[in-house]
Structures are given as C-alpha cells and as structure tokens.
Design a protein around this ligand. Structure first.
Ligand SMILES: *[C@@H]1O[C@H](CO)[C@@H](O)[C@H](O)[C@H]1NC(C)=O
Ligand SMILES: *[C@@H]1O[C@H](CO)[C@@H](O)[C@H](O)[C@H]1NC(C)=O
Ligand SMILES: *[C@@H]1O[C@H](CO)[C@@H](O)[C@H](O)[C@H]1NC(C)=O
Ligand SMILES: *[C@@H]1O[C@H](CO)[C@@H](O)[C@H](O)[C@H]1NC(C)=O
Ligand SMILES: *[C@@H]1O[C@H](CO)[C@@H](O)[C@H](O)[C@H]1NC(C)=O
Length: 309
C-alpha cells in the first residue's frame, strides 16, 4: 500500500466515523424518558418510587396511569395533565380547569369553583403571555386573572399582575357564536410572570339573567383554541370538568441571566458544546437552544448534533 493510499484510507475512515458518529452522536447522559407515549425530555424527568429520578431540580413530573402530570399547590392540589413538552420553544402544554360560578333564580351565587392553583414550588413555570389569552363568558360578568394577592383583604390587597374583562348581553338573543368581543364573551391579553392560575369574578345580581345565562366562566387558554359558542353560557359544570389547553413557559431559574449562569459555571444547564444560551422572556432565568445547524437536546452533553446532510 502506498503512503498516499494509506492516508486516503485513514481520511475516508475518519470521514465515515464522523458521518456515522453524527447520527449515533447522541451521548445521552440523561433520558430520554417517556410516559404513555409522550416524550419527557431532560431537564424533565419522571419521579420514581422513593422520590428520585433523572431530572433537574424543579423539572419532575409524575407518570400517572400512563399520563404525564404536574403536581400543583393551592386549591385542591389536583395534578394537571401535560399534553406535550417542547425543548426548542421551552414550553409545555397543560390542561387547566375552567373557573365558574352559578346563580340561583333569586340571583344569589348557588355554587362556584375558581380552581386556583400554582404550578410548583420551584417556580420553573410561568403562564405564557405570548401564547394564551384570558377568556370570560357570561351576560353580566367581570372575570379577572391575577397573581396571588399579597396578604390583606378588600381594598388593601395588592397584586403584581392583574387583568380582566367585562361581558354583557341585553337579552337571550344578544350573544352570537364565534364572536368573543364583549357580548356573552370577552378576551384579553395577559401579563407575563404569572406563576399560577388565579381567576375570580365580581358578583353581580343576576336575577333577570338566570334564564339564559345562569353562570359565569373564566379561563386561560391557548390563543385561537377557544371559539365561543352560545351553548357554553348554559354549560353545566357541577361534578364535571371542563378543561382548556394552556401553554406554559419554563426556564432554568437558578440564575437570572445567561451571563450570570455562565459565570457561576456549576449547574450551567447548556451542556452541549453546540448549544447557546438565551435569557428567559417570561420571568428570570435562561433557556438553551442548539446553535444554528445543530439540533437535539442542548441540556445533554453532546446533545446537539450537526446536520451534516
Ligand atoms: C458519554 O459521555 C460520558 C462522559 O461524558 C462517557 O463516560 C461515556 O462513555 C460516553 N458514552 C458513549 C456511548 O459515548
Ligand atoms: C404539542 O402538540 C401540538 C399538537 O399535536 C403541536 O401543535 C404543538 O406544537 C406541540 N407543542 C409543544 C409545546 O410541543
Ligand atoms: C339572596 O341573597 C339575599 C341578600 O343576601 C338574601 O336576602 C336572600 O335571602 C337570598 N336568597 C336566597 C334564596 O337565598
Ligand atoms: C334589550 O332587551 C329587551 C328585552 O328583550 C328589548 O326589549 C330591548 O329592545 C333591548 N334593547 C336594545 C337597546 O336592544
Ligand atoms: C355550538 O355548539 C352546539 C352544541 O354543542 C353545536 O351543535 C353547534 O354546531 C356549535 N356552533 C358553533 C358555531 O360552533
């Protein structure tokens, strides 16, 4: 064999190794996990019996009867269903219950469930202000969404975030399906930095409305997901659940910015050498993406692999 040929052979082999390596490159130091067919990518992980598991602090989920769920605090502490996870967008889609209150024929509140909740103690989640709206349904209804109020009551309460809208109908014919602009239904943009779902209503006398609008409803939902239907004004919710898909933003929140996270080094989450760090756009912290030309999971060492073809 000539030296040149040997060199070519070596180069070719290196090339092959490189191409082959790029495919099998995933040195998966974490995960992948899955639950009921839904991928649970690191930094997320499933809590094992005994409480441990392969997840970053705060990113634990439960696999409950073949469904990934998030444990919440506040309210009745019911776990919420997770639809899917996105590493690239740093989002998760969850299902949250609608808040409601109903009136009796004398116009008094006969029942309600505001379904308040907070996502988790570590605070990795925020309701996405970019991807959701607040919807309020009713014929004399003010519904609002706020951050958990500071201690105090009545006038002395103060909120970091607070928004809502008012809807009204003059009579049973006023509202129209498909239109959510103030008649039977209203919707508004929501502020960033919401750590939980705190929805509530103003209580109005409903005496002359109960026939065609016995209840108030309010919920956060993914933009464009909900289309108002006048039949929803009389939706019975006692003992049933009505849930809406909501997009949550998540981030690595143990350092407020990329700059500080890189400086601290220990615990820096963007493990792949082909990753880049982006400051969070909802709450403090940062997220990781793969550099242009690479894809995969930047939270894993060698997780971002090149697109060679
Ligand atoms: C993956 O990387 C770790 C350390 O980063 C190393 O110990 C291990 O051997 C690697 N595994 C594979 C399959 O390359
Ligand atoms: C989840 O799935 C839906 C529909 O299957 C898709 O449109 C959406 O982009 C996914 N969202 C995330 C956060 O991955
Ligand atoms: C409705 O509320 C009013 C005012 O609080 C009260 O006087 C009345 O008894 C209530 N009606 C019923 C049926 O509970
Ligand atoms: C409001 O509703 C009442 C009762 O149905 C009706 O008589 C009246 O014309 C309505 N008012 C307006 C301004 O549409
Ligand atoms: C409203 O809901 C009813 C009953 O669920 C359905 O039959 C109707 O097609 C819906 N209308 C619109 C405009 O979506």
């Amino acid at each position: 064999m000539s030296r040149t040929f040997q060199l070519l052979l070596v180069l070719a082999l290196v090339g092959i190794v490189r191409v082959g390596g790029s495919r099998a490159h995933k040195n998966v130091t974490h995960g992948p996990h899955s639950c009921g067919g839904v991928d649970v990518p690191y930094p997320f992980g499933i809590v094992e019996d005994g409480g441990g598991g392969d997840f970053r602090t705060g990113f634990h989920v439960m696999c409950d009867a073949g469904e990934p769920v998030l444990h919440t605090t506040g309210g009745d502490g019911k776990p919420i269903k997770i639809g899917n996870f996105s590493i690239r967008m740093a989002e998760v889609r969850v299902w949250l219950p609608v808040a409601w209150q109903c009136y009796d024929s004398s116009g008094n509140v006969s029942g309600s469930d505001y379904n308040p909740l907070e996502f988790n103690d570590e605070g990795v989640y925020r309701i996405s202000h970019a991807r959701n709206n607040l919807f309020v349904l009713g014929c004399e209804t003010t519904g609002y969404l706020g951050s958990q109020p500071d201690q105090g009551s009545g006038e002395s309460r103060s909120y970091a975030q607070f928004t809502g809208c008012l809807c009204y109908c003059n009579n049973s014919q006023s509202a129209a399906s498909g239109a959510c602009s103030g008649v039977g239904c209203c919707h508004v943009e929501i502020p960033p930095d919401l750590l939980g779902n705190w929805v509530a209503f103003v209580i109005y006398d409903h005496r002359n409305k109960v026939n065609f609008s016995p209840c108030d409803y309010a919920f956060v939902a993914e933009k464009k997901h909900y289309s108002f239907n006048t039949t929803d004004l009389k939706r019975a919710l006692h003992g049933t659940t009505w849930e809406m898909p909501v997009v949550l933003d998540w981030a690595i929140r143990d350092s407020p910015t990329c700059k500080l996270a890189r400086k601290k080094k220990e615990g820096y989450a963007c493990k792949s050498s082909n990753s880049r760090c982006l400051d969070s756009t909802n709450g403090p912290g940062y997220i990781c993406n793969c550099r242009r030309g690479y894809e995969g999971n930047p939270y894993n060492e060698r997780g971002c692999t090149g697109l060679y073809i």
